[in-house]
Design a protein around this ligand. Structure first.
Ligand SMILES: C[S@@+](CC[C@H](N)C(=O)[O-])C[C@H]1O[C@@H](n2cnc3c(N)ncnc32)[C@H](O)[C@@H]1O
Length: 225
């Protein structure tokens, strides 16, 4: 992930934050990103909320996110905190759903998240697109697409890195636009924007050459938490 990619995503989110009465960032990490986005927004939502599933990150974000109510929440595990209701804008940035590893957990989590949106509210998320040949190589993408057609690709990818001589493996889910569309639809949301952006430069890309940014809207008249 590059600064240029994040900058493109952040500009898109900042524009939405500027028009939202309330904003919840899920998987906020250390909180620096939401503070940068807020600084780039032309207007400030009256209600600012953030959460992370990691207690350590939640503590760090509490110190970083001035003006935000920060909570520890994992939507795959528990119902939303009482304060998370009727929210106009929700963001999940930095492939947060890539850390929710099973389809059933992703569905439970997305339904709980969608329930906290107000009717007409928007959810914006970016994700690592496993059809991105530029990022993952065309042979890997083709092999996985064939596996998918045969009914056997769960999108799991093991990232390995060497930290001080010890190899650390982390499992991450790489999604497809179709899978995210199905997930958002099953949670009662309509996909209203899909952008593909080059992971290195942040420039516009295609469905086979970029990571994805998706915006989904809760229909007017839908129920809320
Ligand atoms: C790659 S970091 C992104 C942090 C921040 N959004 C950003 O873009 O800089 C992913 C974050 O999501 C959090 N996370 C992972 N699974 C989560 C879950 N099920 N619910 C909420 N947060 C989660 C992690 O603890 C981590 O802080």
């Amino acid at each position: 992930m590059s600064q240029q990619f994040n900058a493109r995503v952040d500009a898109h989110v900042a524009q939405k934050v500027s028009h939202a009465s309330s904003w919840l960032d899920i998987g906020t990490g250390d909180g620096h990103r939401v503070m940068r986005i807020l600084a780039a927004s032309s207007a400030r939502p009256t209600r600012l909320l953030a959460c992370d599933s990691s207690t350590q990150m939640t503590h760090i974000a509490e110190a970083t996110c001035t003006g935000f109510a920060v909570q520890n929440w994992n939507p795959a595990e528990t119902e939303p905190p009482a304060a998370f209701n009727n929210i106009a804008l929700i963001s999940l940035l930095g492939n947060v759903f890539g850390h929710v590893l099973t389809p059933s957990d992703r569905l439970i989590a997305m339904r709980r998240i969608a329930a906290t949106l107000s009717p007409g509210g928007q959810l914006v998320l970016d994700f690592n697109n496993r059809r991105n040949m530029r990022q993952y190589g065309w042979t890997n993408v083709a092999r996985r697409a064939l596996r998918y057609v045969a009914g056997g690709d769960d999108g799991m990818f093991v990232a390995r890195k060497n930290v001080d001589g010890t190899e650390i493996s982390t499992a991450v889910y790489l999604g497809t636009v179709k899978e995210y569309r199905n997930l958002l639809s099953a949670a009662g949301l309509d996909v209203t924007e899909t952008l593909f952006l080059d992971y290195r430069t942040g420039a516009d890309a295609g469905s086979l050459t970029g990571q994805a940014l998706v915006v989904a809207t809760k229909p007017q008249g839908a129920t809320t938490a």
